[in-house]
Design a protein around this ligand. Structure first.
Ligand code: SF4
Length: 171
């Protein structure tokens, strides 16, 4: 007669094998995307990356891959999934939020309580160029001093799309 521990053992083994199989499929899909620049089943890949985020993060770093690689792939997948919808939204209804940590240490920008850091385009970092580009497209840009500021900006601008920039990986 099979006892409860044997049943549990079988269930765990099957679960483990399914996870490994899903992981292998996701890795093959990612490799294909990286090589061909064509993305297959982005929703599935994103689900696997989210579901196995921490084990994958540790695994990729252990085998010597670039720190933040999993975040980079996740962001690419998210961008790919959202691009079609985003592209339908007029530029003037979009806002770009940049974290203030992208600025240089000696950044001369002054903090405005309603508009965030006001870039002086001093050339010490790439934000000035990015703002110029967005100005041409009529996209509003905010260099945000902290998380609570995001709510304020959303209330103020009522955007239809928010683009977040420069967050390399989760903590
Ligand atoms: S370009 Fe703008 S954000 Fe960057 S360091 Fe200069 S003032 Fe600061």
């Amino acid at each position: 007669m099979i006892d409860i521990f044997e049943i549990l053992g079988i269930i765990l083994t099957v679960f483990f094998l399914i996870v490994i199989l899903i992981l292998v499929i996701a890795i093959l899909l990612i490799s294909y995307s990286v090589k061909t620049k064509k993305v297959l089943f982005p929703g599935f890949v994103l689900f696997v990356l989210d579901f196995l985020y921490y084990p994958l993060k540790i695994l990729t770093e252990k085998i010597g891959m670039k720190k933040g690689y999993i975040d980079m792939i996740s962001n690419d997948m998210r961008n790919f999934i959202n691009y079609k919808e985003l592209s339908k939204i007029p530029f003037e209804d979009r806002i770009l939020l940049l974290p203030q940590c992208l600025r240089k240490r000696d950044c001369p920008a002054i903090l405005d309580s309603m508009k965030g850091f006001q870039c002086k385009n001093c050339g010490r970092c790439g934000i000035g160029d990015l703002i110029r580009f967005c100005d041409e497209k009529n996209i509003k840009v905010f260099i945000i001093p902290g998380g609570s500021f995001v709510k304020k900006v959303i209330k103020l601008t009522r955007p239809k799309a928010i683009i977040g920039g420069g967050v390399p990986y989760r903590t």
